[in-house]
Design a protein. Structure first.
Length: 289
């Protein structure tokens, strides 16, 4: 989910069994309307069967891009990024570029990519689910705007015999238990859902997304109304969840957040003299019942 057209409402981007990607725009009454399949050069994007979309700002130019895993039935398996050549509120895509690891394309069958800051160094990493039930973490050894991936560690060990960890795992992250760190939820082709709680000791790699790099001191606690201070230097402010996804735009003064689920969020402020996604000021928010 993401705010595809920047209207302050969360929209739905789906991957399909036959490889296409479709955007469903959310209406003010929370119903969804299909905006059609995502295209590149005017042709519908397809990545073999069982497509998996991950919407992110890959190169930190302030526009949402599309990260896609290619299954590998009719074409070699790989991970591709489609850079946005339009605007952030009206994405337009051209050619795709393969994402590399160690200078080589990924060759994992049914690869499921997620770009998220996970190892605490302030740069977004690549988490990859693949056919043999494993979930791999490729730490970013480049920069946040130009990611580079080499080796990996297994977050979930492969199980090529029984597939007991889910096959292939489709991945997402959230603070399931409300302890301030990211837990992992995976589902699979057979309908199983797995929860894996983050057991990282306190103080070790606690940064969860790229948005935390400039987080200020203690969090503010809110219920139904979030008050944003008025500042002549703030051009735009948004609220993000723990996965780094934009939840809503914020305005100076009172903002109604009563519809949001309890949990940890982050206010992101972009101001004068601040350029690029991931720069600026960030503040942690804890939403209670």
């Amino acid at each position: 989910m993401c705010d595809w057209n920047n209207d302050g409402l969360l929209d739905l981007v789906t991957g399909e069994r036959n490889g296409y990607y479709t955007v469903f725009l959310r209406n003010p009454d929370s119903t969804l309307t299909s905006a059609g399949r995502i295209q590149a050069h005017g042709t519908e994007i397809t990545t073999d069967n069982n497509s998996w979309p991950w919407v992110c700002d890959w190169n930190l130019d302030g526009r949402k891009d599309l990260l896609a895993g290619q299954e590998g039935i009719y074409n070699p398996p790989n991970v591709y990024v489609y850079l946005n050549e339009g605007t952030d509120s009206a994405p337009v895509f051209g050619d795709s570029t393969p994402v590399l690891h160690g200078g080589l394309p990924f060759d994992d069958y049914r690869c499921i990519p997620v770009l998220i800051e996970l190892d605490g160094d302030g740069k977004r990493d690549l988490v990859l689910g693949e056919w043999y039930s494993s979930v791999r973490l490729y730490s970013n050894v480049g920069t946040d705007s130009n990611p580079v991936f080499n080796t990996y560690v297994n977050l979930v060990e492969p199980d090529p015999v029984n597939y007991s960890n889910g096959n292939p795992p489709r991945i997402n992250f959230t603070d399931w238990d409300g302890d301030g760190d990211l837990d992992m939820i995976t589902c699979d082709y057979y309908g199983s859902v797995f929860l894996r709680e983050n057991t990282t000791p306190p103080g070790t790699g606690e940064t969860s997304t790229a948005e935390l790099r400039t987080t200020n001191t203690g969090p503010c606690i809110v219920r139904g109304i979030l008050y944003l201070r008025v500042s002549p230097f703030t051009i735009h402010a948004s609220l993000f969840d723990m996965t780094g996804r934009r939840v809503m735009s914020l305005v100076p003064g009172a903002n109604d957040v009563s519809s949001l689920a309890p949990g940890a969020y982050f206010i992101r402020e972009e101001g004068l003299g601040i350029r690029g996604w991931g720069s600026g000021k960030t503040q942690k928010v804890l939403k209670t019942e």
